[in-house]
Every structure is written in structure tokens, then in C-alpha cells.
Design a protein around this ligand. Structure first.
Ligand SMILES: [Zn+2]
Length: 248
């Protein structure tokens, strides 16, 4: 079943707060230049502290390539730099509770699927691409899109104090799917597979079965020495987790 807007978007979002998974417009993102592209450092004229340059815009800046500036990157307060920036549609990735007290929030830019075709589009639509989170089309203001996790950026919390830029809020089903993709992106599932040697004779249970909802997935004793077996229930490689002694 393809993912559709009715499953994915909350039809009546509570506008008092923002949450993980919210899609918002107009958030500026700055992308750092590649290390092999020289940084352009801006020194205000007349010379003064950078804080002053931020407060009252100086008349002039001298642009220097960092390699040609003997004092580059030596200022304790940092440098003013030239970098590309644009306002983007973004998805909030930080956990909702962090929106109350963290200064910096992680977001991913949201791009329309335009130009993505064939197998790449199929896997995107099934949320089967570990770098992206799929967003189905929903009306004029929400073309079919995806949040690009490979471009996660950090943005000051002050951009998330208002909800008037909210485009979409995820349903709890979609939020769970987002959390699954985030844990896959940042971590690997914890457990042993058929590739691994059994380190210790103990009772194990298949984590894949458990997370599929088989909370009572069979607990089996696996003996140290060989490799882990495939899982008989899910038929896959299994993801063997050691069961705490009291459960075994
Ligand atoms: Zn299994």
C-alpha cells in the first residue's frame, strides 16, 4: 500500500506547539563550503571586534581568502564568513521535548521529488531509503517530497517559537516511521546476526520479530562457538538479543 496523505498528516494540528516531524517553511539554512574550496573571511572596516560588526553593520568589509590571511581563524570570537544560505522548507528532527529547552534544533531540508525516477522513486515512496523520509503530496501547498537526512542542519531555536509557518504535522504512525528511519540513520540495530560468532551460551530472542509486534517471540538457547542461526519465525537473518536472565 502506498503511503498516502490521510495516513501521514494530522488533519487538525494543535497550533500551540511544534513537534518532531513538523514541516515548516522559511527556515534559513547555511551550508559550509567544501574544504577544498577556500573560505572567504570577512573583516570589517574600520577594524573592530566582530560583535560590533554584528550589531552595527560596518560600511565596508574586506574579503580575504583564508589561506592568504596570516591571522585566519585565530580570532577568539570566530570569523565572519561568506557562505551560501537560503530559506528552505524543513522538517524538525529534534525530539519534541528538546524544543522546550535546547538552543539549537536539528532539521532536514525538504525537497520535492522532481527529477527522481524509477527505482529510486519507488524506494523513496516506500520509505525504504535510509537517507530520506517520504512525504506524500497533499494539496497545492504540499507536493510529493522528502526530507533529506543527509543534509541535516542545526538552526537556532528562535525560528521555532511560532507555528504560523507550519505546513504539515505528522500523524503518530508517520512519526513512528520517522523515528525508525532516524535510528537506522544514526545507529545500527543492536544485536547479532548470522554473520556473528556466538560469544556466550545464553538465551536469545529475535529482535526483528519483537519489533514486528511478536513480543512473545520464542526465546531459544544458543550455544557458544558457532555462528548465530537464522530466525525460524521471520525467516530472515534474525537479530539476536540476549534475554535478561530473569526472563529466560
Ligand atoms: Zn525473527
Amino acid at each position: 500500500m502506498p503511503i498516502n496523505a490521510a495516513d501521514w498528516y494530522d488533519p487538525d494540528p494543535d497550533l500551540r506547539n511544534l513537534y518532531q516531524g513538523d514541516v515548516l517553511d522559511g527556515v534559513p539554512l547555511v551550508f559550509t563550503p567544501a574544504a577544498n574550496v577556500r573560505w572567504v573571511l570577512l573583516r570589517p572596516l574600520p577594524q573592530g571586534p566582530i560583535e560590533g560588526a554584528r550589531a552595527g553593520l560596518p560600511r565596508r568589509f574586506i574579503a580575504n581568502v583564508d589561506g592568504g590571511l596570516p591571522t585566519a581563524w585565530e580570532r577568539p570570537e570566530g570569523e565572519l564568513v561568506m557562505a551560501g544560505a537560503a530559506k528552505h522548507r524543513v522538517m524538525i528532527l529534534s525530539r519534541s521535548c528538546n524544543l522546550d529547552w535546547k538552543k539549537q534544533i536539528q532539521v532536514a531540508p525538504v525537497y520535492p521529488v522532481e527529477g527522481i525516477e524509477g527505482l529510486a522513486l519507488d524506494s523513496l515512496r516506500e520509505n525504504d531509503n535510509p537517507f530520506s523520509f517520504y512525504l506524500p503530496a497533499d494539496g497545492e501547498n504540499m507536493p510529493e517530497a522528502y526530507a533529506d537526512l543527509s543534509q541535516i542542519a542545526t538552526v537556532h531555536i528562535s525560528y521555532f517559537r511560532r507555528t504560523d509557518a507550519l505546513v504539515k504535522r505528522l500523524t503518530s504512525r508517520a512519526t513512528t516511521a520517522l523515528q525508525e528511519i532516524l535510528s537506522e540513520y544514526f545507529a545500527k540495530p543492536f544485536g547479532f546476526t548470522i554473520e556473528d560468532d556466538v560469544p556466550q551460551t545464553a538465551c536469545y530472542r529475535c529482535g526483528n520479530c519483537f519489533f514486528e509486534g511478536y513480543e512473545n517471540a520464542l526465546v531459544i538457547e544458543i550455544v557458544a562457538g558457532g555462528k548465530f542461526p537464522p530466525c525460524r519465525r521471520c525467516g530472515g537473518e534474525g537479530l539476536w538479543l540476549k534475554v535478561p536472565r530473569r526472563e529466560a
